[in-house]
Each structure stands twice: as structure tokens, then as C-alpha cells.
Design a protein around this ligand. Sequence first.
Ligand SMILES: NC(=O)c1ccc[n+]([C@@H]2O[C@H](COP(=O)([O-])OP(=O)(O)OC[C@H]3O[C@@H](n4cnc5c(N)ncnc54)[C@H](OP(=O)(O)O)[C@@H]3O)[C@@H](O)[C@H]2O)c1
Length: 307
Amino acid sequence: MSQATHVLAITGASGMIGSSLSADLSDQGHTVIPLLRGTSQSDGSGVFWDPNEQGICDPQTLGGVDTIVHLAGENIAAGRWTAAQKQRIRVSRVQATRNLVRSLTQMDRPPATFICASAIGIYGDRGNEQLTESSDPGSGFLADVCRDWEDAAADAESAGMRVVCVRIGVVLSTQGGALSKMLTPFRFGLGGIVGNGTQYWSWIGLQDVVAVLQEAITNESLRGAVNAVSPNAVNNRQFTKVLGNVLNRPTIFPLPGFVAKLVLGEMAQDLLLSSARVVPEVLTQIGFRFRHADLESCLKHELHSSA
Ligand SMILES: NC(=O)c1ccc[n+]([C@@H]2O[C@H](COP(=O)([O-])OP(=O)(O)OC[C@H]3O[C@@H](n4cnc5c(N)ncnc54)[C@H](OP(=O)(O)O)[C@@H]3O)[C@@H](O)[C@H]2O)c1
């Protein structure tokens, strides 16, 4: 990130991406203020926010903050998508973003920049179609949530903030998310393709997604949607093969789509069987350099650094 020091407030700072981003920013000398929910652990350094009702409890306490990074949201893989869980996923993103933005716009001097997480789920299930930031949103539960989430974030523009919605792909890390869930069966030689294996998974390494967020914070030419995915999306068959090779394990146990749906319900369709071949067009245009542009190097890095 640039030499100038920033004062940033981060929601979801305790999460997988938020904790890594906060650590990097602090190491670089920036001031990071975690935005804490009532349930969060506090060491006294954060500011409280109430995602469901009030937004920032006392917006003026954020005077001097130049950037908000909004990463909070109910984990989408935390449990079966019952009606109540889907409501939690939606409210924790759409309503929480509206509340946050409303309270920021009430500040005497709102922050200049609002970076909001979004997800490639916005594109829905699109087969082999190459999806850039200018592609239309798709349909389905996650696509609808992401579209409304981005719309809520865009309201910050009315208060003069530069808004960037970072459409994050499948983040690969042994610290959490999809890869950490897949590792146990794969390590026991029980991994295999999911469904027919032709569905595209657009992935990104944890270090790279943190670097994309830092780019969004400092690069004032960025506005609107930015796809945070590696330039080399793979289909599930390729992903399975590479992970098996890196772990030196066979991958002969396929998980048929109907079994995945039986076990995981609707979540299996949107998270495992849906296909999104996403291209990081905006990042390519600005010359962003990925640390791990190919899957094998990313997986080796992740598995090596956690060993
Ligand atoms: N990881 C991925 O592969 C991926 C892919 C696409 C998009 N994203 C998006 O990127 C953001 C960050 O991802 P992540 O992997 O770091 O997520 P994460 O590890 O699940 O962390 C999210 C954080 O949000 C806060 N949170 C949890 N439940 C909440 C609720 N019901 N209401 C409000 N806040 C809640 C918590 O932080 P506090 O306790 O500190 O408040 C939590 O640590 C999320 O919005 C996620 O949807 C992630």
C-alpha cells in the first residue's frame, strides 16, 4: 500500500479476511479501528456498531477515519440454508450495509472511501460464460443478496464517498472457508469431483484478496465493482486434480450432485454445483500483480505455510 498513512475502520475485522487485512495494515503503520458488534470480544480499541438496527452507535466517534472496509456478514456456509438462516445471511449483509451507510452519512465529515465486500455469487450459475464486472447479475438466492448488498453500499456515494464493491471469489486458505473444509476428506484420500465436475470455481488466495482490498483502499481510480479472483479460474474437475496432486492423494470418490443436495440442501447448489467463470478485468486493466495466479502455486503456498 502507499506510504501515506490511513485511518481505517473495519467491520468483520475478526473474520478470516478481516483479521489478515487488519494485521497487514497495522504492520504497515496504518491505524485500524475494528467495528465491534455487541457480541465481539473487545480489548478496548474498537468502536461499537449495531448491524441490525442503528449502524454505528455513535457515528461522531469515527471522526478522522478516512476509509471504511465493510467485511461483516453471517458466514454463508455456517449451516443448512433454512428460511431463518437465509434471512440471517440477507439481513447481515443488506440491512446491515444500509444501517452502516445511513449512520456514516450522518457524520459531519464522512470518510472519503467505502470499500464493501461482495461476492462472485452475484453472477449466479452461468456455465462457461466469461464474466467480467460489466456482465449482468444472475439469479438465485446469493445473486439477489449480492445485488441488494451492492445497491445498499452504492448509497454511500450520495454522501460523496468513493465506493468500491469487491466481488470476492472462493478464497483459498487453510485458516477457513472452502479449502479448510475440503482438506480433511482429501487428506484421507476421500476427495473427488462434485457433481459432473464441469462447473467453474473462480478462486483467489488469501494474500491476494488482502492485496486487492489494499489496492481498492488506495487506488482512487477504482470505483464500483471489482472482481477479486485469480486470472485462472478452473473447473471443479481441474481443481480436484490439482488439490489431489498437491496433497499426493487419490481423488477417486466423486460426490454426486444429488447426494450433495441431500446432505447440504439448497446451499449445495449455490456453493458447490453452480458455475461462475469470472475474469478479473478491472484488476488486469490496472496491472495488478497476483502473488498466486495459478492454482498449484496458491495451494502449495497455503499448505506449506500452514504445515
Ligand atoms: N471467504 C470467502 O471465500 C468469501 C468469498 C466471497 C465473499 N466473501 C465475503 O467477504 C466477507 C468477509 O469474508 P470472511 O471469509 O472473512 O468471513 P468470516 O470469516 O465469516 O467473517 C465475517 C465476520 O463478520 C462478522 N459477522 C458474523 N456474523 C455476522 C452477522 N450475523 N452480522 C454481522 N456481522 C457478522 C464477524 O466479525 P465480528 O465478530 O468481528 O463482527 C465475522 O468474523 C464476507 O462478507 C463474505 O461474505 C468471502
